[in-house]
Design a protein around this ligand. Sequence first.
Ligand SMILES: [Zn+2]
Length: 190
Amino acid sequence: MKFRLQLASTFCTFPTTTWVASFSDSNRSDLAWAANTKNAVTMATVFRISVESAEKRIEPWEPNVTALLDPAMLKWKDLVVAGTPVPTPWRKAEFEAYEKDIQAQRRQIRKENRSEAEMNALFEKEKKHEDELLGTDKYSDRVGAFEGANYEAHGFYRPQENCIMFSRYDKFCAVCRRAIERIVGMYATQ
Ligand SMILES: [Zn+2]
């Protein structure tokens, strides 16, 4: 039971029952075992990919992420400049490879019990690289639908290439800004 709940909150956007229904008892014992090992993430990821097909994916309620089930109904489409492709291309593979490398370096620093100064220097280096990579693509300054959002590398899209909600960037994207302004406005007029 504990493992099933963990899956639902960490990896799965579906009701827990969707998962459980598709596993036999023997699968479940494999999963329970995996939960206690380093294989847990891999297992969960594999299962999520097999269960979460595009047609079953649901549109998140958050104003700054979409499953892009119907590009014509994109929730921030009024901010998309004509001629911007949706989904919007960006240097995703390059970004992901870089992040993977940084994470490995981070783990190594922790493993060797090195100083916080060293860790902070790595954060700074990462931010600088991200700002450059996510700010110099063809559509970096446009609103579109960039794959990689909602803690998922695939299947969910964010409105701008860079945003404080995506990286260590220090600005909100246009869609996040508008969502914040709407909420502030709602309270300010009460
Ligand atoms: Zn944003």
